[in-house]
Design a protein around this ligand. Structure first.
Ligand SMILES: CC(C)=CCC/C(C)=C/CC/C(C)=C/CC/C(C)=C/CC/C(C)=C/CC/C(C)=C/CC/C(C)=C/COP(=O)(O)OP(=O)(O)O
Ligand SMILES: O=P(O)(O)OC[C@@H](O)CO
Ligand SMILES: [Mg+2]
Length: 239
């Protein structure tokens, strides 16, 4: 079976269609040496702002994926599509309800060999995504392990996303969780704005995702994470 393109990604920048980014900053991001750009956000993502951002990124050669957060913004033309499913919520609509609704309309048109589910574990209570979905963010090590077993072993999801969006996570917890994945790629995102934080995360997960630091005057620091991640050996890759 052919492997999916995201399986080689170590570093990714996430760009939010609902936030402004200048041409200069976009160029720096796309030419940074990152492995890919993911386009995604929790709120305010529309067809128009997604097409606009995609076409601007398309001036560059960097692979570009869409993380679909609502069915209106499912725009054709990306290299890859990620469908989030929130695993640590009791609100079933965020695990499968909205996704099934979207599939009723779009299922027949989806490029399935370019599409993968992401099992989201949202761990920062202040993240927009946590508030929207009612995520139970206060998971201790045992509960997080149980969610990992469910995502990786029972559901056999291709990706588990440890999401701390807006804050740097508990790296001990992340490391322990990452080690439990046997088939899933482990993505980590949240609060990475320095070489040290990037290195620590890169040791523990397959793919490190950097978002907010690009927007709030930490551009140089955000760009420095690319090399930091790529130079770091991931403890999961030899297992
Ligand atoms: C040809 C063609 C039409 C191509 C496209 C086909 C395609 C792939 C269609 C997809 C169809 C489909 C199944 C869509 C599902 C849509 C849907 C409603 C999914 C639910 C997603 C979900 C669980 C959303 C909840 C929020 C969440 C987990 C978002 C993920 C992104 C995220 C966390 C971003 C960070 O958010 P941000 O806004 O930056 O937040 P901070 O301010 O806290 O940083
Ligand atoms: O924005 P930050 O905190 O870098 O998090 C990145 C990403 O995980 C957001 O979905
Ligand atoms: Mg964000």
């Amino acid at each position: 079976m052919q492997s999916a393109i995201y399986e080689t990604w170590r570093h990714v920048f996430k760009l939010d269609p609902d936030r402004e980014i200048s041409d200069e900053v976009l160029e720096a991001v796309c030419m940074s040496g990152t492995d890919a750009i993911i386009v995604g956000g929790t709120t305010g993502v529309t067809y128009d702002n997604t097409v606009d951002l995609m076409s601007r990124i398309r001036r560059y050669e960097v692979p570009c994926a869409l993380e679909v957060s609502n069915e209106e913004s499912a725009v054709p033309g990306f290299d890859y599509y990620f469908i989030p499913m929130v695993l640590n919520t009791d609100r079933a609509e965020w695990l499968s309800g909205h996704q099934v609704e979207a599939l009723r309309k779009l299922g027949a048109f989806i490029p399935w060999d370019q599409t993968a589910a992401e099992g989201y574990l949202i761990l920062n209570p202040d993240a927009k995504a946590a508030k929207l979905t009612g995520a139970k963010t206060d998971l201790d090590a045992e509960s997080l392990a149980a969610h990992l077993y469910m995502a990786d072993r029972l559901m056999r999801l291709p990706i588990v996303y440890l999401e701390y969006s807006g804050t740097y996570g508990d790296m001990q917890l992340v490391k322990r969780a990452g080690k439990l994945a046997t088939g899933a790629r482990v993505f980590y995102g949240g609060g990475i704005d320095s070489v040290d934080k990037a290195r620590q995360a890169a040791e523990s997960v397959h793919t490190v995702i950097v978002g907010n630091a690009l927007y709030d005057h930490r551009l140089e620091a955000a760009l420095s994470t690319v090399q930091a991640v790529k130079e770091t050996v991931c403890s999961l890759l030899d297992s």
